[in-house]
Write a protein that binds this ligand. Structure first.
Ligand code: SAM
Ligand code: SF4
Length: 335
């Protein structure tokens, strides 16, 4: 057996430098496009401990990950999540990691924004699909709009840059696509529009709600001037600068455009399952090698074997939106 590889390069020559970790599949919201109202969550005994998550993330950093995003479920509802974030912050101090960040629904930011900033978090993504409190309630089922607004204000006070994620939903928030961009400009937030993706069964139709971001962009351009940039995050988003506000606007359009050729990321779940692609079922179990020995040798090898299987791209298609392309919900793999 040769030595494990230090860099993660997949069969298509793509270097993996970005790890997204779903630290919990649980959430205090039940967004209609993401979850069914009655969800069965993973038994707590199956979860990796925070120490195990730290060890796994650290091995990925040793293998060349430069950017780490915690997501979920709602990452900030996992008990003691701040201790994991603080510990991972050590890799920012040594320079091993360029960025530690998080995607959140914002409900807990009022409590945590200050500590997140202290731990080294400079930017966060906050999901917000509407500025109308009643609609917000209808989309998130359990969310409280004022709590998220307070959370956003706390993040701003703490000096954390915010990017808003907005899932474009036909018949629900299409009239707010332009007002949201205007509001983000006023607040000093970037904004990314997202196409709904067929992940996990839900109790409504996704096909009925699908809005192509190609159309969304045309609509936005009736009110704003979008200037092309070469800013890339290695993900499925394409970014422009809004001339009127100077902020960035992104389009995550895995269905109407496929940008898999530049994919630089893999996704780890809270049970230690590694998904090499958001839109494919193939996965590698890292919990067994993690627990089998105190040395990280087995883990390195398991990760190398997984990266060698990273597929070319996803199989999402607009015509098949009502049938989940993958059985797991976005909250399991982390959006
Ligand atoms: N709870 C956190 C939040 O809402 O930001 C983090 C996890 S959530 C799964 C991450 C992102 O995925 C959110 O921006 C959410 O809107 C998006 N999302 C969830 N389900 C989706 C789906 N089926 N299609 C497209 N985006 C989805
Ligand atoms: Fe929770 Fe985020 Fe899914 Fe909404 S999108 S239910 S906030 S995990």
């Amino acid at each position: 057996m040769g030595a494990p590889y230090l860099n993660m390069i997949d069969p298509f020559g793509r270097t993996v430098s970005y790890l997204r970790v779903s630290v919990t599949d649980r959430c205090d919201f039940r967004c209609t496009y993401c979850m069914a109202e009655n969800m069965t969550f993973l038994p707590r005994k199956d979860l990796l401990t925070l120490e195990e998550l730290d060890r796994l993330c650290t091995v990925f950093i040793e293998k060349g990950v430069r950017k780490l995003r915690l997501t979920g479920g709602e990452p900030l509802v996992r008990k003691n999540i701040l201790s994991l974030i603080r510990n991972l912050g050590r890799h920012l101090k040594t320079g091993a990691l360029d960025e530690l960040t998080l995607t959140t629904n914002g409900s807990q930011l009022g409590r945590f924004a200050g500590e997140l900033a202290e731990a080294g978090i400079r930017r966060i993504n906050v999901s917000l699909d509407t500025l109308d409190p009643e609609k917000f309630r209808a989309i998130t089922r359990w969310g409280r709009f004022d709590q998220v607004m307070n959370g956003l204000a706390a993040a701003q006070r703490a000096g954390i840059d915010v990017k808003i994620n907005m899932v474009a939903l036909k018949g629900i928030n299409d009239e707010e696509l332009i007002p949201m961009l205007r509001w983000c400009g006023e607040q000093g937030f970037d904004l990314t529009y997202i196409e709904t993706m067929p992940m996990g069964e839900i109790d409504t139709s996704r096909g009925d709600r699908f809005l192509s971001l190609a159309d969304v962009r045309k609509h936005i351009e009736t009110a704003f001037t979008l200037e092309e940039t070469d800013y890339r995050t290695g993900g499925p988003a394409r970014y422009c600068t809004v001339r009127e506000s100077g902020r960035r606007v992104g389009f995550i359009s895995p269905l109407s455009h496929n940008f898999c050729e530049s994919c630089n990321r893999v996704r780890l779940t809270c049970t230690g399952t590694l998904y090499m692609c958001l839109g494919q079922e193939d996965a590698a179990d890292l919990r067994a090698p993690l627990r089998a020995s105190e040395s990280n040798e087995l883990l390195h090898r398991a990760i190398d074997a997984a990266i060698a299987r990273k597929p070319r791209g996803h199989d999402f298609a607009v015509e098949r939106l009502d049938k989940a392309a993958v059985q797991r919900h976005m909250s399991v793999t982390g959006g």
